[in-house]
Design a binder for this molecule. Structure first.
Ligand SMILES: [Zn+2]
Length: 315
């Protein structure tokens, strides 16, 4: 890619997935207003339905049942942002709830979601908990350190009341698996940005992301030294964030966060795309999906486990 001055710049791809945990119009809209101003698009997950359990830590997050929020989400969609599914609600959803959630999604956005992200301890999560891993050792370690030890994730289990795997295959193309702390260039963890997984076939394309889950992690990950490294490599950065978890204060984007967004918006050669567009580009719209292979899969899982043990972060 060349600029007016004739200088060649490598292409750098940026994509952002915003997990809807704790999001309200008040606490996330300022971030999106800034992104729009800077010409940055993102993928925003939503819960279509209110959580029925008021003790759920995310019960006060906005949902598509809130009219003003639903209108705002529809506008974001029309402005080129991607809206993705985070399960039907913040709590575990039996099949009927998931069906109602997908119906509401379709009613508000006029289409079904293309991307799904599992949420925390929801029992309707697909292939979650230890079932995310092939390696028996990684599974055993995850089971040992997990606070979700007693939760059974059954979105992919046909006999379960939480099953919705068949509904998932009707529209979902992409689902996130591993999120890597301390990684700004995803090409570093695997040469496959998106991959098919024969052991987890209800989702056609699986992908990884870079953990920028809270403002502190975001600022640490996107410090100038690391961004320079990404630019020099012409890499791909798929950030996983929770904008509802403190990226704004009193209706304003945190100054450190704003500074970073302004800086990356000006990087020559930088392109900002929604997560599904990025994964479509990498897999030619799923037509060129590859599998990781045994060795590739093991490398991915072990890299993740080591980073996770060292610095925690998003699940
Ligand atoms: Zn979540």
């Amino acid at each position: 890619m060349s600029t007016k001055s004739g200088v060649q710049h490598k292409r750098v791809l940026f994509s952002i997935i915003d997990d809807t945990d704790c999001a309200t119009l008040e606490n996330v809209r300022p971030v999106y207003d800034l992104l729009k101003k800077l010409g940055i698009v993102a993928t925003k997950t939503v819960w279509p339905l209110r959580c029925l359990d008021r003790r759920n830590p995310w019960a006060d997050s906005a949902t598509l049942e809130d009219r003003l929020y639903a209108d705002w989400i529809r506008n974001l969609d029309q402005e080129g942002f991607e809206i993705a599914f985070h399960g039907a609600s913040a709590g575990s959803n039996v099949r009927e709830r998931t069906l109602s959630g997908l119906e509401r999604f379709q009613k508000v956005l006029d289409r079904l979601p293309v991307m799904h992200i599992n949420h925390s301890r929801n029992q309707d999560n697909l292939y979650w908990g230890p079932a995310r891993f092939d390696s028996p050792t990684v599974r055993a370690v995850v089971r040992g350190i997990s606070r979700n030890r007693e939760v059974r994730f059954e979105g992919h289990v046909p006999e379960s009341p939480y099953y919705w795997g068949d509904l998932c295959t009707q529209s979902i193309k992409y689902c996130r698996n591993l999120t890597f702390p301390g990684v700004i260039d995803l090409c570093k963890v695997s040469r496959h940005m998106v991959y098919a997984d024969p052991v987890r076939p209800l989702v056609p394309g699986w992908f990884s992301s870079c953990d920028a889950g809270d403002p502190a992690r975001f600022v640490r990950l996107l410090q100038p030294r690391r961004v320079r490294y990404l630019v020099e490599r012409g890499g791909t950065c798929l950030l996983y964030v929770h904008f509802g978890a403190g990226f704004t204060e009193c209706g304003r984007v945190l100054p450190d966060v704003e500074r970073i967004f302004r800086a990356i918006a000006e990087i020559p050669g930088a392109r900002f795309v929604t997560a599904s567009d990025l994964l479509d580009q990498c897999s030619d719209g799923l037509r060129k999906l590859q599998q990781l292979g045994k060795l590739g899969r093991a490398r991915l899982e072990w890299q993740w486990l080591v980073r996770k043990m060292l610095s925690g972060g998003t699940g």
